[in-house]
Design a protein around this ligand. Structure first.
Ligand SMILES: Cc1cc2nc3c(=O)[nH]c(=O)nc-3n(C[C@H](O)[C@H](O)[C@H](O)COP(=O)(O)OP(=O)(O)OC[C@H]3O[C@@H](n4cnc5c(N)ncnc54)[C@H](O)[C@@H]3O)c2cc1C
Length: 400
């Protein structure tokens, strides 16, 4: 099997950042033609497209965040000018439906596939990646058969909600627990059954997904939800503000985390609630929404809400979909439990925080901390500085 420059495992939104960044810095033809393979376990393009932002809610980011990294006069111009790209530009300063973001990501992906000799490698369910004696990396499938050998690897396999672990941790019967991503993607049957029967739902997590879940349930089944029918358990609430003056008239409980962005002046720019979820949070804190109760994790009220809920929605974080890595002696490289860490150059770190040579991470549910100590995550980061960082490392050996 011939060796290529780089293999990217996973073709989700984060992975598209590499060609987007390559086009931005004028390196796209070199990146695509000098040997990059994109692998995904999805069986075909249609199945892959259905995985990108299949949610019923609005983004927490504004439309502009999803197109900020895309060069307008480059190879992705057609995607920017198509329906989804145009609407994202039009709503550059407002949250947009995530389905629109998914459509735009699919347009980017189609462009990459057209420009890439051989397109994506589908049904490539990567179960392990082995380092060779020469430092190269070979991905293998479920049967142990080699898929691709390359000088470097970019892990872009995304993350998942580990509902089984959470059920065990809180002593919840697994059938009473659902992940917010699954619910927000349209699996509302169990929630509807519970609420229409007068039951109670408890949501664990006070970020965008948690409040968006509450907002969706109120919008769909609000007429059947009793006073206190929904409880949201949080570790502190963070709202986004245009600037610090806006935070002066906050209701009690809303001001626990204020982080001013030195670039934009915005407060809580990356993690603060916006739009509908923000409005719902404020209405509840001001006592105008009695169907939703907010309580802090660990409190008596939170414990009671978990014990008596007919359904619990987990919305408190993601774990990396890890692919086991093996060194040149066939030993498994120990990785940190839960979320795979990367350094400030997006190089993957093992459990002792040592760099795994030639392996990079993009997305993976890991939020890198920037020079101001802010945890940055989101498509704009993956398509922006993170992808540029990875690209410069991956292309570096060819330039020396
Ligand atoms: C409800 C919700 C709202 C969000 N809102 C925003 C927002 O407003 N703004 C924002 O920037 N971000 C938002 N995000 C986060 C955003 O979805 C993620 O940042 C992004 O989708 C992650 O993309 P990804 O490519 O890392 O992972 P994924 O989308 O999970 O893609 C991973 C890909 O890897 C493939 N794969 C996995 N394992 C393997 C394997 N072993 N072998 C081969 N292929 C594999 C999968 O098939 C998939 O195609 C939101 C997320 C959720 C859940």
């Amino acid at each position: 099997m011939s060796k290529v420059l780089c293999q990217v495992i996973g073709c989700g939104p984060a992975a598209m950042g590499l060609p987007v960044a390559a086009d931005r810095v004028g390196e796209l033809s070199r990146f695509l033609n000098e040997g990059v393979r994109f692998l995904d376990r999805a069986p075909d393009a249609a199945a892959l497209n259905r995985l990108r932002f299949p949610f019923l809610i609005d983004a927490n980011s504004v439309g502009g965040d999803f197109i900020a990294g895309v060069r307008r006069d480059g190879v992705f111009a057609r995607a920017v000018d198509a329906r989804a790209g145009s609407l994202l530009q039009e709503h550059h300063d407002r949250p947009v439906p995530l389905s629109l973001v998914g459509e735009f990501m699919n347009d980017l992906s189609r462009t990459v596939e057209e420009a890439l000799p051989g397109g994506f490698l589908y049904a490539a369910d990567t179960r392990a990646i082995h380092r060779g004696a020469d430092g190269s990396w070979t991905s293998t499938d479920r049967a142990g058969a080699p898929l691709v050998t390359s000088e470097s690897v970019v892990l872009a396999t995304g993350s998942y909600e580990d509902t089984g672990r959470i059920a065990a941790r809180y002593g919840i019967v697994p059938s009473r627990l659902i992940g917010s991503a699954e619910l927000l993607a349209g699996r509302l049957d169990e929630a509807e059954r519970v609420l229409r029967g007068g039951g109670r739902i408890t949501i664990i997590g006070g970020s965008h997904s948690g409040f968006a879940t509450a907002e969706l349930l109120l919008a769909r089944f609000g007429d059947t939800i009793a006073h206190g029918g929904l409880t949201l358990i949080h570790r502190g609430l963070s709202l986004a503000y245009t600037d610090l003056t806006e935070t002066e008239e906050l209701p009690p409980g809303a001001a626990c985390r204020l982080e001013a962005c030195p670039e934009s002046g915005m407060v809580n720019r990356f993690h603060g609630l916006r739009a509908g979820p923000r409005g719902l949070c404020l209405r509840t804190l001001r006592g105008h929404e009695h169907r939703l109760i907010l309580c802090e994790t660990g409190s008596v009220a939170a414990r009671a809400a978990l014990a008596y809920a007919d359904l619990v929605v987990h919305s408190a974080g993601y774990r990396t979909r890890q692919v086991p890595l093996y060194d040149q002696w066939g030993e498994r490289i120990p990785m940190s439990e839960g979320t795979t860490a990367v350094d400030d150059r997006c190089r993957v770190l093992d459990s002792d925080l040592r760099v795994v040579p030639g392996v990079f991470g993009l997305g993976l549910g890991y939020a890198r901390t920037d020079v101001w100590g802010r945890r940055r995550v989101g498509v704009n980061t993956f398509h922006g500085e993170d992808a540029e960082q990875v690209l410069s490392e991956v292309l570096a050996p060819a330039t020396v």
